[in-house]
Design a protein around this ligand. Structure first.
Ligand SMILES: [Mn+2]
Length: 375
């Protein structure tokens, strides 16, 4: 049966006319780190969703995460008939079970699988049952050196930066690390438009070119794990609000629709002149609450947060380094609201961002700066 089967290459490129070449493909498999690299080269973009990893999340006490064992625990077990397709069907049944039993969509399951789980426990070995973050350092180093680098346990270790930085091996520390992404025209186009459109802008009450704020926000986005699209959107986050470029279709033609989606989500006024300050900010807080409530993290949240952090830290530095008080800083003009309104605005922002899962350390910086400003 298997002997006469077509090769994967034949199956995809010939029998299926290479149809994944232009698609976004979800590779669902049990122990997907094995299957994913085989399919990914045939797809424009591929995402993996591993039913074994989901099993670890939903059934942390399971005796084993083998397909058959997990299927039995979940009640989707089928009598094996020794067909290769049985495994496929069982994986699919598991996925359906995880989705329906927990009322989660596929995108929510993907996000959940990729998220670091602070309560994840060792699924095997002499420390089975111990929280991964609590593993002895030498054992963690041994795991990193022994297991495949895409192994779920290694991924958990790597995604726990506090732990991982401490346990990186000497070889890894001298290894030439590659960046998450490299700047392409996406970033360069965004920079060109931002530099041109904001060329007459200054930071409030100063002669500092406005581009400094845009670069700082983009830098924060990059430092806190943002993608190239998010970094580009950060450069343009004020372009609709503060320049004559109001036409989102035109902006999309210049920098692509993905960046525009984020820029729009970060904009609190499209009108010129802008609506009254308080009304605008109240609307923005509601909009922020909606974004935070979305089950899948909105890409605009990191950009919005980085923007607030840079503004707040700039102001906090005026307090710390120049000895000014909030009352002396928030004067109108150039600011559109007084100290009480600003305090309401910034404390609301801290309260809302604290409810999100986006960059907790950056939220902490916002909180700290706000406390300095309004002390
Ligand atoms: Mn801004």
């Amino acid at each position: 049966m298997v002997k006469d089967a077509p090769t994967l290459d034949d199956f995809i490129t010939v029998q299926h006319a290479d149809k994944f070449r232009n698609s976004n493909v979800l590779v669902v498999a049990h122990n997907a780190k094995f299957d994913y690299p085989m399919f990914a080269p045939y797809c424009a973009h591929a995402t993996q969703l591993c039913t074994m990893n989901l099993g670890r999340k939903f059934y942390p006490a399971a005796p084993s995460y083998k397909l058959g064992v997990l299927a039995k625990i979940c009640g989707v077990h089928k009598v094996p008939t020794h067909r290769a397709l049985d495994d496929v069907e069982t994986s699919f049944a598991l996925l359906q079970h995880f989705a329906t039993a927990n009322s989660l969509s596929i995108s929510e399951l993907i996000e959940l699988e990729q998220a670091v789980d602070p309560d994840a426990v060792m699924p095997f070995g002499k420390h089975k049952g111990t929280k991964i973050v609590d593993l002895p350092k030498d054992y963690a180093i041994w795991l990193i050196n022994t297991l495949d680098k895409d192994d779920w346990v290694v991924r958990q270790l790597r995604n726990t930066p506090d732990l991982y930085i401490g346990i990186r091996t000497e070889a890894e520390m001298t290894e030439k690390l590659m960046p998450n992404w490299q700047p392409t025209d996406i970033f360069l186009d965004a920079f060109k438009v931002a530099a041109e459109k904001h060329k007459d802008g200054v930071r409030k009450g100063t002669t500092i070119p406005y581009i400094s704020h845009l670069l700082a926000v983009s830098a924060l986005v990059i430092e806190f794990g943002g993608t190239e699209v998010q970094a580009g959107a950060a450069l343009l986050h004020d372009v609709i609000e503060d320049t004559d470029l109001k036409d989102t279709f035109f902006l999309a033609a210049l920098v692509g629709p993905e960046i525009v989606k984020i820029v729009v989500a970060c904009t609190d006024a499209f009108e010129d002149p802008k609506p009254p300050w308080r009304e605008r900010k109240e609307k923005y807080i509601v909009h922020l609450q909606e974004m935070i409530a979305e089950p899948v993290t909105n890409a605009a949240l990191l950009v919005a947060l980085a923007d607030k952090v840079h503004n707040a830290e700039t102001t906090a530095n005026m307090v710390l380094l120049e000895g000014l008080t909030a009352k002396q800083i928030f004067i109108n003009p150039p600011f559109n609201a007084g100290v009480d309104e600003q305090k309401w605005w910034y404390t609301s922002l801290v309260a809302e961002f604290s409810k999100s899962t986006v960059a907790p350390k950056l939220v902490e910086r916002l909180d700290r700066a706000v406390k300095v400003i309004f002390k």
